[in-house]
Design a protein around this ligand. Structure first.
Ligand code: ADP
Ligand code: MG
Length: 351
């Protein structure tokens, strides 16, 4: 286990800057998720930490060692990729022990480490199989086993679950979390999936266009997003953003809908363009309140997702109670006011 310290890291491909000076501090044993849309620089950043990509500027430390210019094999990290990268001609046990064999570790010790990792991952019965005789989830487990066997200072994961079907993805993310709780190795995990980030991370780093938008614990990002990018990216279905301005103690949207405001408003926010942010799950159906017409109704059994048109504004709502609503019906809604966010329209920052 080790700390990882990333200081003003930059990456250019020729004249194109893809990472713009990023700072991240990772504590010993922490599970950090780098999340952001495709192309924002997650893999590039992870590959620089791994030593698979040169840095264009800045410093990376693993524990006390500065590793920025150290070859990958000397960094004491293990990386798990989306496509597993197993050797097809080796059995599961051979795949898992291969890195140790290269290091000339003796056979008995390799066997003991492979058995230990196989126990953690439930691979005991599969050790003599070849990769083609395994399911996707089992292959992913072998790839993780190979990382565990090396007992590195840091685990790096690059979208390891992207090739699995939805159900297996949920199961495997639980298994990775359990594995982390058992062995406690510092982990940096890359995904574009905010649900994975929310459920797995001790700390989330939200990346966008090679910049950090916010770093925080999952619920901090959900409850207090720094800006509209984070507010819109974290949480599903996404937060409603409705443009307007303050008028005599209420919020008047650009289309003229009046929305209620929380009690404790930030100071000096009158007179400028604002964005009213409320999550669909913080709106409930009621017998009075704002009236709208249902333009979409999707029930899953546990909840009903509805889009309402109210005074020209489109509002997404997630109702937990079972409502008997049909397309075009009038619905009244109440907004959970303490959970309303206001953003500056110009800067996108939360006020
Ligand atoms: P992510 O993993 O978040 O999807 P990447 O780190 O793969 O994003 O890529 C970040 C940006 O860098 C993208 O715009 C991508 O096109 C660019 N990029 C990645 N690798 C190279 C390369 N070898 N040469 C030029 N541009 C690259
Ligand atoms: Mg990537």
């Amino acid at each position: 286990m080790a700390t990882v310290n990333i200081q003003n890291i930059q990456k250019n491909y020729g004249a194109v800057k893809v990472i713009h000076g990023i700072d991240i501090d990772i504590a010993e044993g922490e599970f950090v998720v780098l999340v952001g849309p495709s192309g924002c620089g997650k893999s590039t950043l992870l590959r620089m930490i791994a030593g698979l990509e040169e840095v264009s500027g800045g410093a990376i430390r693993i524990g006390p060692r500065e590793v920025s210019n150290m070859p990958a094999r000397d960094r004491d990290i293990a990386m798990v990729f989306q496509n597993y990268a197993l050797y097809p001609h080796m059995t599961v046990a051979e795949n898992m022990g291969f890195a140790l064999k290269l290091k000339k570790v003796d056979q008995a010790q390799i066997r003991s480490k492979v058995t230990h990792a196989a126990n953690i991952l439930g691979l005991e019965k599969l050790l003599d199989r070849y990769p083609k005789q395994l399911s996707g989830g089992q292959r992913q487990r072998v790839a993780m086993g190979r990382a565990i066997v090396r007992d590195p200072q840091v685990f790096l994961f690059d979208e390891p679950l992207s090739n699995l079907d939805a159900k297996l993805r949920v199961q495997m993310r639980g298994e990775i979390k359990t594995m982390h709780q058992r062995i406690g190795t510092t982990t940096i995990y890359v995904t574009h999936d905010q649900v994975e980030a929310m459920t797995m991370a001790d700390k989330i780093v939200v990346l966008h266009d090679g910049h950090i938008e916010q770093i925080g614990a999952p619920l901090e990002l959900y409850d207090r997003p720094a800006n509209m990018f984070v507010a819109g990216f974290i949480g599903s279905p996404a937060m409603n953003f409705i443009e307007g301005r303050l008028e005599e103690g209420v919020f008047r949207t650009n289309k003229g809908l009046i929305l209620p405001l929380p009690k404790d408003l930030p100071k000096d926010i009158g007179g400028r363009g604002l964005v009213y942010g409320v999550r669909p799950e913080h709106i409930r159906a009621s017998s009075d309140g704002i009236e709208g017409r249902a333009t979409l109704i999707e029930g899953t059994g546990s909840e009903i997702f509805t889009r309402l048109e109210a005074h020209g504004e489109d509002i997404a709502c997630l109702f937990r109670e079972r409502l008997d609503v049909r397309f075009g019906d009038a619905i009244h809604i109440q907004i959970d006011l303490p959970r309303v966010h206001l953003f500056d329209k110009q800067t996108g920052r939360r006020l």
